[in-house]
Design a binder for this molecule. Structure first.
Ligand SMILES: *Cc1c(COP(=O)(O)O)cnc(C)c1O
Length: 409
């Protein structure tokens, strides 16, 4: 690794308008964290907010905090703060449940809006939970799953398709879909569209309104830095909210939960997507992450993430290490990550972790490096590239201790 590269990284960091935001996060010393696409870093303000929610709101305020501390509206309040990050209106987004559960609710709701059609179309290799949730509805006799490769999706949009359901930025390769074009194609075929924004929200700009999307879901613990198992979010275009019928008819989605009626009546707005009592502590942490990401701004974050990944690739090229890139080579066509294929990707990821460069491994042969732009520096790119070169060129990954599998990769 040349001094020139280090000097260039330092120069980029000095000129980076987002550099000052790194100190708003807790990034452990000596760690190069390239897994913010799996679990985002802890914002410095989160422990304080959690402490207040626990000691004051819960400890002292007790049940009164549902009204006095705004607990009751938390799902809609946090949803409204996520909305501008994805090109939605504040009353179209709700923070609730997990991404998986939100997928279930919205797939079922979409199917109910297209009677006579049962097919949910997606791509093979989509994130597993997305495909499994369709399968669950298939077992109930409500859906029929159809998978078509990227290039064949439009041709697979027959008149039996109720819903096209895709992930905007692919979790493994980072490859992006053209949301506008595919949404239009689905609508032309009479189908609805559900976008999974788990790997987009907080890392790149998304404009649900411009592409006329019907539904979307996304994750709270990745680029939104909401913490492990943070609540996810769900979006329903306003034009669909009045006729929306989601299947998990819990009392928090009722028009008047505290009327304690025997019969369910759906709330008219996005609140209908709530099922049970809101996870207040999880939402407290998520709100801090969302506010911080919104303050930095997704346009600027995206610009930096592209610059970071380009810098990293250039550093690899300079070092002469040849790794097969499976992410699109043009940063305009990928999310905030780079993935490389190698037969021993698992052992390489473990050898990197031993050097405190934290990326991850995805079956069967992918080394995945995420570039969360809110807290990473160009010097991290230079360092990570250096370590990766040394691990690959020195065949350090052959060490047996790097070849033992852990439960979470
Ligand atoms: C991370 C991720 C999820 C996560 O789902 P959970 O229910 O939170 O476990 C779903 N879909 C995609 C595409 C993801 O990347």
């Amino acid at each position: 690794m040349t001094d020139h590269l280090i000097a260039s990284a330092r120069e980029h960091d000095r000129a980076d308008p987002l550099a000052k935001f790194r100190e708003r996060f807790f990034v452990p010393d000596g760690v190069t964290y390239l897994d913010g696409n799996s679990l985002g870093c802890l914002p410095r303000k989160t422990p304080e907010a959690m402490d207040r929610a626990i000691r004051q709101e819960w400890g002292t305020g007790l049940i009164g905090s549902w009204n006095d501390a705004g607990w009751f509206e938390m799902g809609t309040r946090v949803g409204a703060k996520i909305a501008p990050l994805i090109g939605a209106a504040p009353d179209e987004v709700l923070a609730c449940d997990s991404t998986s559960v939100n997928l279930f609710k919205l797939i079922a709701a979409a199917l109910a809006m297209r009677p006579g059609r049962k097919v949910v179309l997606s791509e093979p290799g989509n994130f597993p939970t997305d495909l499994y949730m369709i399968e669950g509805l298939e077992r109930q006799g409500l859906a029929s799953r159809r998978l078509a490769a990227r290039g064949d999706l439009e041709a697979a949009l027959g008149d039996d398709v109720a819903l096209l359901m895709l992930t905007h930025a692919h979790y493994k390769t980072g490859e992006l879909f053209d949301m506008e074009r595919l949404t239009r194609a689905a609508h032309d075929a009479g189908a609805l569209v559900l976008w999974d924004l788990s790997h987009s929200t907080g890392a790149l700009p998304v404009d649900l309104h411009r592409c006329n999307a019907d539904f979307a879901v996304g994750c709270g613990y990745k680029y939104l830095c909401g913490g492990p198992g943070a609540p996810a979010f769900a979006y329903v275009a306003r034009r669909h909210q009045a006729q929306l019928r989601q299947p998990l008819t819990g009392w928090f989605g009722h028009a008047r939960p505290f009327a304690f009626s025997d019969d369910y009546q759906a709330a008219p707005g996005i609140e209908q997507l709530q099922c049970g009592t809101s996870p207040v502590l999880g939402l407290t942490a998520l709100e801090v992450g969302v506010e911080l990401i919104a303050e930095i701004g997704v346009e600027r974050l995206y610009e930096k993430s592209r610059a970071l990944s380009e810098f990293f690739l250039e550093a690899l090229r300079t070092s002469g290490v040849a790794l097969e890139l499976v992410s699109p080579g043009d940063s305009a066509n990928r999310g905030s990550q780079l993935s490389f294929r190698h037969r021993d990707a698992y052992a390489i990821s473990q050898a990197l972790i031993a050097r405190k460069v934290i990326g991850d491994y995805r079956e069967p042969d992918i080394l995945r490096l995420g570039f969360a732009p809110a807290y990473l520096r160009f010097i991290d790119m230079a360092e990570a590239a250096r370590h990766l070169c040394e691990v690959v060129q020195g065949e350090e990954w052959r060490n047996p201790e790097f070849n033992r599998r852990a439960a979470v990769t």
